[in-house]
Design a protein around this ligand. Structure first.
Ligand code: ATP
Ligand code: MG
Length: 590
């Protein structure tokens, strides 16, 4: 079975059950108030609706969503984890519940995919002080035919979802595993083990609690079902494999690497792991670039850089001659695996980006090697400095030390690394707050104010204005746009007045779903990663201007206030230049 067929079967199954199809959106969240770097699950773009905002397509939804999980980078190398993968999912927004979802899950796996029922195990939440054991799900699993020996109970770590931050919707989940037939890794091996015997293919999340500020778990009014099925995981099973890198979405990449590097996949653990990392990281990079991420030193661009770097290092350590040309031909192979996806994408540009970055990385490697040569003894501190300033991984430094008959004091490296990690963890914890908690009233208001500001700037300064960058916190908004000169006090006053006038008029903020083409026709600002034919959300605020278009109209993920009157008084508090020709404004609502 190929991915295309699996997706079709999933969509057919759930559309027959009244689900409406959602678009496959960009890996980079388009919701500007979201501080998560990437879409990491199909539910991610649905957060406002899981919180109760009515979805324009109804209460039953289905999607196939591309995902990036940076948190799984360290796992890549095992038989079942990827950083880039696709997720099928279906949702009930306060509609059907456990009975339907569990019986449909089993029906899909056994009747549609024809996976023998004996190979399926499931897990349910075991219960703790916060919430009771999920007997309801277990009972339904037994009722539909899963014997109790194959129903496992695990704790929060395995079988609980959310909340994303400290408070919010959360609940038990129930996961489905397929026995790949691999020998079990020991007497303790069960579906929670990651050795590759059991493949977790699907997770049914039952959002039924709201965790409150005082740490209580209160039953939710709107109970949601949120599910996620890994496309590559299911394909592994359907293609009779026990290793995700053996499916047809990876095989050509691995084959090409084997041929070029003169090695054989599966013979030697180290080589196998390296080939998996090269293939996975490069594929993730290709998808990131096609979603308009470019290598840089911050945020998404930094993750992209790290993925390419790691991929290049692994290739370099097998063969130092593995060049940007070799990477280019691998990108060609990856594009060839996804003809549907790359139809409207300029793959030459993707190839050029990869090969440019790889050339830089190869220089880094060579510089690092030169630096190492200057030291007669490689200490843990030197290893860490190389890692820190050149991105030179410990494995490479260790290998070089070994060749010289030296040994690096790993403890020193680790303690330096820990110090650094503490710092970056604090930074990324802040980053990873998914949109959820940030959909506070303050952020939502400032988000709507950002749209008004964008429109007002266009009216006052001219049509060259567009949103180059935006960032909203609970306290202020920040907005970057192209403009050659500093704004005069008069211009600032005009913009403020215009925004405040729109606020005073207490205009409704309307949301409609339409195709990207229709949105463009309406003159909607900003165009994101969706493909034609798929629906986007368009927010508009009247009144109509002389061009016949609403004052503000933007393609946007939301959320927004319903009436502008809720915003209060708008005030620009600061302006700056960022680079040449780009202005930055800070504004607040008083
Ligand atoms: P695992 O325990 O295997 O890491 P998870 O519990 O983190 O999986 P969920 O967050 O429930 O996974 O995601 C839903 C589904 O997405 C999983 O059942 C699996 O099929 C798939 N999936 C999750 N992480 C990955 C990954 N890193 N690579 C490939 N597929 C994945
Ligand atoms: Mg995981």
């Amino acid at each position: 079975m190929k991915a295309r067929e699996l997706k079709k079967k999933y969509f057919d199954f759930f559309t027959k059950k009244g689900h409406k199809k959602l678009p496959n959106v960009s890996l980079v969240p388009e919701d500007i108030s979201s501080s998560a770097l990437f879409i990491s699950a199909g539910m991610h773009p649905l957060i406002p609706f899981l919180l109760g905002e009515p979805h324009p397509l109804g209460k039953r939804l289905v999607s196939n969503q591309r995902c990036i999980r940076t948190g799984d980078i360290e796992e890549v190398g095992d038989p079942l984890h990827l950083t880039f993968f696709e997720m099928l999912g279906n949702w009930s927004l306060g509609d059907y519940w456990k009975e339907e979802q569990i019986s449909w899950s089993l029906e899909f796996l056994t009747k549609v995919l024809k996976i023998p029922q004996e190979k399926i195990s499931v897990s349910c939440f075991t219960g703790d002080k916060d919430a009771p054991r999920d007997e309801e799900s277990a009972r339904i699993w037994r009722k539909v035919g899963i014997p109790k020996e194959r129903i496992y109970f695990f704790g929060k770590k395995e079988n609980w979802w959310g909340p994303v931050e400290d408070t919010g919707p959360c609940g038990p989940d129930s996961e489905m595993f397929i026995d790949t037939g691999r020998k079990s890794c020991g007497p303790k091996c069960d579906p929670s083990c990651q050795c590759g015997k059991y493949f977790e293919v699907w997770n049914d999340v039952f959002m039924e609690y709201n965790k409150t500020k005082d740490g209580k778990y209160v039953p939710l009014k709107q109970k949601n079902v949120d599910t996620g099925m890994g496309v590559e995981r299911v394909l592994t099973i359907m293609q009779g494999k026990d290793d995700i890198f053996l499916i047809d979405e990876f095989e050509p990449i691995i084959k090409q690497l084997e041929k070029r590097l003169g090695v054989e996949y599966g013979l030697n653990n180290e080589i196998t792991k390296s080939l998996r990392i090269i293939a996975d990281h490069l594929k993730a990079s290709v998808f990131l670039i096609s979603d308009n991420v470019r290598p840089s030193n911050k945020e998404q661009g930094y993750v992209l850089r790290r993925l390419l770097r790691r991929s290049a290092f692994k290739a370099y350590s097998i063969d130092p001659k593995f060049s940007s040309k070799d990477f280019k031909s691998l990108v060609e192979v990856i594009v060839g695996i996804y003809p549907d996806y790359f139809q409207g994408i300029n793959s030459d540009e993707v190839m050029a980006e990869v090969s440019l970055e790889i050339r830089k990385i190869r220089k880094t490697i060579e510089r690092g090697l030169k630096e190492i040569k200057k030291h007669s003894t490689i200490t843990g501190k030197i290893a860490f400095d190389l890692y820190q300033s050149y991105g030179f991984p410990l494995e490479m430094t260790e290998e070089i030390a070994q060749e010289r008959g030296q040994k690096i004091d790993i403890k020193v490296f680790e303690s330096e690394f820990k110090k650094h990690q503490e710092l970056s963890r604090t930074a990324s914890a802040g980053m990873f707050k998914s949109g959820l908690a940030d959909h506070s009233e303050e952020v939502t208001k400032l988000h709507t104010a950002t749209h008004l500001l964008n429109a007002a700037l266009k009216q006052v300064l001219g049509s060259h204005v567009f949103q180059k960058g935006s960032n909203v916190t609970a306290k202020r908004l920040r907005f970057d746009f192209p403009n050659p000169e500093k704004l005069t006090p008069e211009q600032i006053k005009k913009v403020e007045d215009l925004v405040n006038q729109r606020i005073k008029e207490n205009l409704p903020v309307k949301m409609e779903m339409m195709t990207l083409e229709e949105a463009k026709k309406m003159g909607a600002a900003a165009v994101f990663g969706e493909k034609y034919g798929e629906k986007v959300k368009v927010y508009s605020v009247g009144p109509l201007t002389s061009s016949g278009r609403p004052f503000s109209v933007e393609v946007c993920g939301g959320p927004h206030v319903d009436f502008t009157g809720k915003l209060g008084k708008f005030k620009i508090i600061k302006q700056e230049a960022v680079g040449s020709g780009t202005r930055r404004l800070y504004a607040v609502l008083e």
